[in-house]
Each structure stands twice: as structure tokens, then as C-alpha cells.
Design a protein around this ligand. Structure first.
Ligand SMILES: [Zn+2]
Length: 250
């Protein structure tokens, strides 16, 4: 098995992780396609090298690039902004919380201190190599995204509701697709420890959080959403009651 074995399914059945929600990326980093009558919404855009995965999937499923109606970013770390600019240049609206704009406009940026400090961890080092291979240094900024506010129901296919949960980054959000019991939580929660590479229960990102205390406090904003499929930016889907996920993370 290659060091960089992606572990991503090659057909739609593998990719479908909830009703009309498809998982892309690699085993270390996820982005999603939300399918609805009105078209497709891309939630996060991984790394630049993931771009062909979208085209292949559209082809296999009878879609055109024009069926992509919107991109919604849970936050603007470079490993989640990947190919957003390609779609933005084609006129696809890219949505972001305004508190992410400084980050979104700054790509490519220097690696943050926490990243350098954790390079000695073997599994994290492999993830960093993967990010370099997949173009993290060439992520292009998205200068003029559409912005949204906490509580907004976005006018995009699937109509996710924004739940602002700052801490990992200042404008980190989770997206709740209520009629499918799907919570796309970005890096508000992960089910994979990016430092140890271990898959597991919902957890905070830890040392990768810009403000870890705030990230912990923000978990309260997800309380009471009920039973969901939790789809994080890093790690496998987790199914259960959100309050249980929050207890595990705390
Ligand atoms: Zn991330």
C-alpha cells in the first residue's frame, strides 16, 4: 500500500455517506457534494489536486460542471479552500463567513506555528507531505466571496443552515441540512486525529485550533440538533446524537 493511498471510493456507492451527500478527498481530508433538485453544492474544496475527482464524479453521474451551483466553505484553511478559485472564476458563487475573509484572501500563506511545531509527529508529517504533494502551496485566494451570517439558511442546493462555531478559525462554521439530518461540521469537530492519524470519536482539533478554549465553548452552539450523520473535514462519518458527539469531544 502506498504511503499516500487515498482510501477514497472510486464509485458513487462508496462516496455516498448520507442521502444525496458524497464524500471526496483522501482519507486525511474531506470535502463533500450535496445533491438536490436545484443542483449541486460543494462543501469545502480540499486541495488543488482533488479537482479531477469532481469532474470524474460529474461525468459518471450524468452531471455537467454547470450543475455546480455553489461552493460553501466551512472555514478558509488552505486544505479546505483547494480548488474554490477555479469554480469562482467560472462564476460559481463561493460562500464564506466574513470572519474568514482575511484568511481566504491570504492564500498561499506561510505555514502556521502550530504546524511547524508538530512536524515531528510521524503521521502528521505524512499529512503535511500529502498537502505539499496536492498543491497546498498553490491554493489561490478567493477575493470576493458571498458572505453569510450565523443562522442563515443559504440559498444554495440543499439549503444548509449556518451554525457559527468559532475557535478553530475565527469564522469556522458547521452546516446543518435539517431535512436529511446531516451536519457538515468542517473542523469544528473531527473524527480523525490529524496528529496521530487515528480514526475515532468526535473530537476537537486540539493544537490546530487557533483558539482552543473558544472552540470548546463553541460546541454548545451545536447542542440539541438530534440524531445526525456528522461529516467532518477530517475523518470518517459518525452517526448518532449530536449531544453525545459533543460529550465525547469535551
Ligand atoms: Zn482542516
Amino acid at each position: 500500500m502506498s504511503l499516500f493511498s487515498t482510501g477514497d471510493g472510486s464509485n458513487s456507492t462508496d462516496r455516498e455517506v448520507a442521502e444525496g451527500v458524497y464524500r471526496f478527498g483522501t482519507r486525511r481530508i474531506n470535502w463533500y457534494v450535496l445533491e438536490a433538485e436545484a443542483g449541486l453544492t460543494i462543501v469545502d474544496t480540499g486541495l488543488p489536486a482533488h479537482w479531477p475527482q469532481l469532474g470524474d464524479w460529474l461525468d459518471e453521474n450524468g452531471y455537467e460542471l454547470d450543475d455546480v451551483a455553489a461552493v460553501v466553505l466551512t472555514h478558509a484553511d488552505a486544505d479546505h479552500v483547494g480548488f474554490a478559485r477555479i469554480l469562482a472564476d467560472r462564476g460559481v458563487p463561493v460562500y464564506s463567513h466574513p470572519d474568514e475573509l482575511p484568511l481566504l484572501r491570504r492564500h498561499p500563506q506561510s505555514p502556521p506555528g502550530w504546524l511547524l511545531r508538530n512536524l515531528w509527529r510521524p503521521q502528521f508529517f505524512v499529512y503535511v507531505l500529502e498537502m505539499l504533494r496536492d498543491g497546498i502551496r498553490s491554493v489561490e485566494p478567493v477575493p470576493d466571496p458571498e458572505t453569510f451570517a450565523d443562522g442563515d439558511i443559504l440559498p444554495v442546493p440543499g439549503e444548509p443552515r449556518v451554525i457559527l462555531a468559532p475557535g478553530h478559525t475565527p469564522g469556522s462554521c458547521a452546516l446543518f441540512v435539517e431535512n436529511r439530518d446531516v451536519l457538515l461540521c468542517g473542523d469544528v469537530l473531527a473524527t480523525r486525529n490529524i496528529f496521530s492519524g487515528q480514526e475515532g470519536d468526535p473530537q476537537l482539533l486540539g493544537a490546530a485550533d487557533e483558539d482552543h478554549d473558544e472552540a470548546r465553548t463553541s460546541l454548545a452552539r451545536l447542542e440539541g440538533l438530534g440524531s445526525v450523520t456528522l461529516l467532518p473535514g477530517h475523518g470518517n462519518p459518525w452517526r448518532g446524537d449530536v449531544d453525545e458527539a459533543l460529550d465525547l469531544a469535551r
